[in-house]
Ligand binder design. Structure first.
Ligand SMILES: NC(=O)c1ccc[n+]([C@@H]2O[C@H](COP(=O)([O-])OP(=O)(O)OC[C@H]3O[C@@H](n4cnc5c(N)ncnc54)[C@H](OP(=O)(O)O)[C@@H]3O)[C@@H](O)[C@H]2O)c1
Length: 322
């Protein structure tokens, strides 16, 4: 079967088509024939080596398709089931994959494979960020969310609105800001034209927000801290512009006894996986969160999908189609 592998780290050009053979699924595993595969920023971190992998390695941490085979001890799935899944160890950029059954969920008929593939990592991320941190937002509260028109961001706009949270979204163009607003952001800031800190202060009567969600990383870190009120929580959950450089803990005390967390979805998934997957399927099925027609690329054009994602040329979710 065809798969997209890397045998060295680097730019999009290191993504190569490989011809691989899969073994029978082991105990507790299912084999899925992928109909759509989600593309995520984390795939670019694996490709560049920011997040280390043993090489050669197939990329990709989510997908959706049909169960083709079931390993010993799997009672929850049958051959022919439509499923979506998220996996910590990459391998979904392929026509087929064996994965532990506990990381898959049945897809109801209302949810397409493209939506199923795009909703897992990103939807599960929004689920844990809004619902499972020790401090999480209350209905009526204003929060700041960077990259609000991205794949994760547009899900966050809608999920926040469904919970009555007033999301202040930042994005890098007027068009992206408009999209975030259409998806439920209560306020939007075009960070290329506006002073984010000043606008957040203005929107919060000078207080600042209690929680900032920042997946941009290096470029936004300082500004994000300045948008927080004392005792506020900085949620740094991505590195789109590069990892946040080391900092002095004294900064947190000087800016008002701030809290910081650097969470990863898979830590929460390991503890709450089945509840989280059910919550994502339920909210997408309800129509409160929609993933408007994810942008599709043929599996063989994974390199182009990466180039576009890193060039900020994508809006919303991206999937590969085998
Ligand atoms: N911690 C976790 O478990 C977890 C799980 C999933 C995703 N994430 C993180 O969430 C973020 C969003 O993921 P996604 O897959 O949905 O990607 P995405 O938001 O669709 O794309 C990233 C966006 O970041 C913004 N950005 C700002 N500076 C950038 C730069 N220097 N280079 C590229 N983009 C830049 C761009 O939006 P503008 O043009 O509006 O600036 C871009 O569209 C990523 O950082 C990802 O690593 C974390």
């Amino acid at each position: 079967m065809r798969a997209i592998q890397i045998d060295q780290t680097g730019g999009p050009e290191v993504l190569q088509v490989a011809d691989l053979t899969l073994k029978k699924p082991h105990s507790g595993e299912i084999r899925v024939r992928n109909h759509a595969i989600g593309v995520n920023f984390i795939d670019t971190y694996h490709r560049t080596g920011l997040y280390k992998l043993e090489l050669p390695h197939t990329l990709g941490v989510e997908g959706a398709g049909v169960v083709e085979d079931v390993g010993p001890g799997v009672a929850s799935f049958q051959v022919g089931d439509r499923v979506a899944y998220a996996i910590k160890t990459p391998g979904s950029y392929a026509e087929e994959i064996n994965l532990e059954a506990q990381y898959a969920v049945k897809l109801p008929p209302e949810i397409s494979f493209e939506t199923g593939a795009a909703m897992m990592l990103k939807g599960l991320t929004v689920e844990f960020l809004l619902r499972r941190l020790y401090i999480h937002p209350e209905p009526g509260e204003k929060i700041l969310w960077h990259a609000a028109a991205g794949g994760v961001g547009l899900i966050a706009c809608q999920w926040a609105k469904a919970k009555g949270i007033e999301l202040i979204g930042t994005a890098g163009s007027r068009e992206k800001c408009e999209l975030a607003r259409e998806h439920g952001a209560a306020h939007v800031i075009d960070y290329k034209k506006e002073d984010v800190v000043a606008r957040v202060r203005e929107l919060t009567d000078g207080r600042g927000v209690r929680i900032v969600y920042d997946s941009v990383g290096a470029d936004t870190w300082e500004r994000s801290l300045d948008c927080l009120q004392p005792l506020g929580l900085m949620v740094s959950f991505g590195n789109a512009s590069g990892p946040v450089p080391p900092m002095s803990l004294l900064t947190l005390s000087q800016k008002g006894s701030l809290y910081v967390t650097r969470p990863t979805m898979f830590s929460y998934f390991a503890r709450y996986g089945s509840e989280m997957m059910t919550a994502v399927v339920d909210i997408v099925k309800s129509g409160k969160v929609k993933l408007d027609a994810p942008r599709q690329y043929p599996l063989d054009q994974a390199a182009q999908a990466h180039a576009d994602l890193e060039a900020r040329a994508t809006i919303g979710s991206v999937v590969l189609v085998p």
